[in-house]
Design a protein. Structure first.
Length: 169
């Protein structure tokens, strides 16, 4: 029987490797586009890479190393806008939060699987869905600019976690 494919990271995965790979890709992407990967942009992306769940602007601000400066939401918003514009982060519309892209360079159509318990999100390519959406838009005369598809449920880890009753609570 074939193994199930999961898009969520294993609990015991090499998270430092995720962060390092994401930062290396970001540096290369910025260099290829001849844009600056500023300290603020770098810090915001690193915070998003350090977690597999979408973070809101104020969550990012709480974790951001301001080096004695007073935090400004506009700095975070500008960094996120830049990172999103070059495909390094995605905005999860329903929660107004941001997630580091785990499929750099592949943005045909993305589906986000969002866990309702642990809040982790997985990014899945959904090319066939894009074909259907593009076709529907075309036939209705709709000019399609972007697609964000979200599905909510339980990740594999939370699906198999004992309920409070099973855990003896």
């Amino acid at each position: 029987m074939p193994m199930k494919k999961t898009y969520f990271p294993e609990r015991q995965h090499d998270h430092e490797a995720c962060i390092l790979a994401g930062m290396e890709h970001a540096e290369a992407e910025c260099e290829s586009r001849n844009v600056r990967f500023t300290e603020n942009r770098r810090s915001v992306l690193e915070l998003l890479l350090a977690d597999h769940r979408p973070l809101g602007v104020y969550e990012i601000m709480e974790q951001f190393d301001w080096k004695g400066r007073r935090p400004a939401p506009s700095q975070i918003y500008r960094a996120l806008e830049f990172l999103e514009s070059i495909g390094l982060v995605h905005r999860i519309e329903s929660s107004n939060a941001y997630l580091a892209c785990n499929r750099p360079g592949r943005h045909r159509c993305t589906l986000f699987l969002v866990c309702e318990l642990c809040k982790k999100a997985a990014e899945v390519e959904a090319g066939q869905m894009q074909d259907v959406i593009t076709d529907l838009a075309k036939h209705s005369g709709f000019e399609l600019h972007s697609q964000v598809i979200e599905a909510r449920g339980l990740c594999p880890e939370c699906t198999h976690a004992p309920t409070p009753d099973e855990a003896g609570h």
